[in-house]
Ligand binder design. Structure first.
Ligand SMILES: [Zn+2]
Length: 219
């Protein structure tokens, strides 16, 4: 387990890409905590390809935790100033030490993931990570929180937890003051889900009626 002490070099400071939220192509999924008085620093847009990749990987084991990184873009709306991430790809960590409690991003797995991103997704960033909690529910353990703060320290980087046995999922997102609530997770926007169909199967999320804004962002 000694690989857990290795930290990714801090990324070069960059700016978000200026872009409009792809709301017209999306439908909103709310978590039970989206109505609470929280201000996630970014909203999450999840492409179907990434959702499928995460779901397939998550279902590969109902006994040990599996995980990987989420790749895509960090964006900001010029007028509103709202920041959001678009998760375009999910890359399973190949060399992860797997156990029922601990999931570790080793140096080898991180080098491998960065190589894959450079080769396949030029210009995109690691916008977060995902891992599974078989039969454990959706939360961040102390270890998960430690890992998030050390390996994914950018304010806009998110953590997705998936419970594959009962089919649950949720995103953990920092507050404006940097606080990360380990118990309260957020929903997301399913990109390419505007035709009324959906591939999302996480039972703890509910489809927002109007399909546009969910949670506390709509004043
Ligand atoms: Zn965990």
């Amino acid at each position: 387990m000694s690989g857990s002490g290795i930290r990714i070099a801090p990324p070069i400071m960059t700016q978000p890409r200026l872009a409009a939220k792809p709301l017209e192509n999306s439908q909103r999924w709310d978590s039970p905590h989206d109505d609470e008085d929280l201000q996630p620093i970014v909203s999450v847009f999840l492409n179907r390809a990434a959702y499928i990749r995460v779901s397939v990987h998550s279902c590969s084991s109902d006994t040990v935790e599996v995980g990987g990184v989420l790749v895509g873009e960090w964006c900001q709306e010029e007028q509103s100033g709202d920041e959001f991430v678009i998760v375009k790809h999910a890359l399973p960590a190949r060399h992860t030490l797997q156990g029922s409690v601990y999931l570790t991003f080793t140096q080898d797995s991180l080098v491998d993931l960065h190589d894959q991103i450079d080769q396949r997704f030029e210009g995109e960033k690691i916008v977060g990570w995902y891992h599974t909690h078989p039969r454990m529910g959706i939360f961040l353990s102390h270890y998960d929180t430690w890992l998030h703060q050390n390996f994914f320290p950018e304010p806009w980087q998110v953590a997705l937890v998936v419970e594959p046995v009962s089919s649950l999922g949720g995103f953990f997102v920092r507050q404006p003051d940097g606080d990360l609530d380990p118990a309260r997770y957020f929903g997301f926007y399913e990109v390419d889900g505007n035709d009324g169909s959906s591939i999302v199967r996480w039972q703890n999320l509910t489809q927002s009626k109007n399909g546009i804004e969910g949670g506390s962002t709509n004043e």
